[in-house]
Design a protein around this ligand. Structure first.
Ligand code: FAD
Ligand code: DHB
Length: 399
């Protein structure tokens, strides 16, 4: 039997950031990851970092490569009806910005810092199981290198993503799950070609949604709305580029540069929140407890926000025995979580071609909303505030 203070399940952005936050405060952690290091460092996913995420990674001493290679953006384009409209994010948010830097690069930087610190991070663990979460002596059982081990912890942090084992290990009846399925999926490609745009383009078209993003001055990241049951085998590169060009087309003839694809895949879209985010000595964070559709680029940022609150509460508890931050963990996180839920489903419903829209009413509503966002300062400022990352402040009540 080994022992640690905080047992962390999952080496994604949530688990690795939590490990780093606690390590610098002298709190012992062990991170258990069921995949290989190579796998987690090459899994292509999100790319938009909010200002708060960038600031935290910098403060943690893992921001050096991100500062060099990340691309700071001060605006995004909304394209609809064959025309582009810029939302000046920084002008509307007192100078805040987003940074384009691949999730797997964040993960690489965090893993490098963890290994350098000498704190334990085990890859390719099997059969992870949680025990004693409801009493004061939680234990994680797992196998590593063919041997079984038991890890006694004060607290377990479930950072093992949507398909992990932490959330399902809670007894029936503890969690209330709120969810929404969408009749859409995203076909995403990474392509070895210079971006055709300086800023991200979120494009509404009669053929469906398309998004132009990027990873560097030489690598583009693009997404297409497709049906959830679509097979990637039916999408050879030429078909993807042709469809992207048609959706992004403008009145004055916009040209999309194409190139060899480095990676492609289809991701379903859903919204899920499980409440509460804690039970006994188990605290859930990130995708392990909530999922957003990717249209607002919130998933990764929310995962980082959860563990920032969790780390602060744990530090207080270890330092003074005060568990009020831990008790309030769910309530503290849920304000941002539900704001991001709303924003992500709002962006999704404004930009994706509806599955059923017999008379075209939904499409007209979308266009009305897009026109409003692009012509009202107040509406644009609200989009911008959410996009760069909303920080909750106290809700004023009447005196
Ligand atoms: P994860 O990154 O999922 O990390 C969880 C870790 O736990 C993983 O490394 C996993 O291998 C590990 N794990 C799982 N089970 C176990 C176990 N039993 N034992 C030990 N370890 C375990 N967001 C955006 O904003 N934009 C996007 O374009 C975007 N694209 C996405 C594409 C895909 C295919 C997916 C799945 C998600 C995407 N997201 C996107 C969401 C974003 O990537 C996530 O919100 C983010 O990864 C959440 O971080 P996390 O650390 O909570 O979870
Ligand atoms: C990217 C992903 C998103 O979900 C998004 O809204 C914008 C950009 C990206 O992968 O670059």
């Amino acid at each position: 039997m080994s022992r640690t203070q905080v047992g962390i399940v999952g080496a994604g952005p949530a688990g690795l950031t939590l490990g780093q936050l606690l390590h610098r405060e002298g709190i012992e952690t062990i991170i258990l990851e069921d995949r290989s290091r190579h796998y987690v460092e090459h899994r292509v996913r999100a790319g938009v970092l909010e200002q708060g995420t960038v600031d935290l990674l910098t403060e943690l001493g893992v921001g050096e490569r991100m500062r060099r290679e990340g691309m700071v953006h001060h605006g995004i384009e909304l394209r609809f009806g064959g025309r582009g409209h810029r939302i000046p994010l920084s002008d509307l948010t007192g100078g805040r910005a987003i940074t384009l830097y691949g999730q797997q690069e964040v993960v690489k930087d965090l893993i490098a810092a963890r290994l350098e610190s000498g704190a334990p991070l085990l890859f390719e663990v099997d059969d992870v199981g949680l025990h004693g979460v409801e009493d004061d002596h939680p234990v994680i059982r797992y196998r590593h290198d063919g041997a079984e081990d038991e890890l006694a912890c004060d607290v377990i942090a479930g950072c093992d993503g949507y398909h992990g084992i932490c959330r399902p290990s809670l007894p029936d009846g503890v969690l209330t799950v709120y969810e929404r399925e969408y009749p859409h999926a995203w076909l995403g490609i990474l392509a070895d070609v210079a971006p055709s745009t300086e800023e991200l383009i979120y494009c509404h078209s009669d053929r469906g949604f398309a998004l132009h993003s990027m990873r560097s001055p030489e690598v583009s990241r693009l997404y297409l709305q497709v049906d959830p049951d679509e097979d990637i085998a039916d999408w050879p590169d030429e078909r993807i580029w042709e469809e992207l060009q048609r959706r992004f087309d403008t009145e004055d003839g916009w040209t999309l540069r194409s190139g060899p694809t480095l990676e492609k895949g289809i991701t379903p879209m859903r919204s899920v929140v499980a409440e509460p985010m804690q039970h006994g000595r188990l605290y859930l964070a990130g995708d392990a407890v909530h999922i957003v559709p990717p249209t607002g680029a919130k998933g990764l940022n929310l995962a980082v926000s959860d563990v920032r609150y969790l780390a602060a509460a744990l530090v207080e508890w270890y330092r003074s025995g005060d568990d009020s931050g831990l008790q309030a963990y769910t309530a503290t996180c849920l304000r941002r979580v539900w704001r991001a839920q709303h924003f992500s489903q709002w962006m999704t419903s404004m930009l994706h071609r509806p599955q059923h829209d017999p008379g075209g009413y939904e499409r007209r509503l979308q266009l009305a909303q897009l026109e409003y966002v692009c012509s009202s300062g107040a509406a644009a400022a609200s989009l911008a505030e959410n996009y760069v990352g909303w920080e909750p402040s106290p809700i004023p009540s009447r005196a």
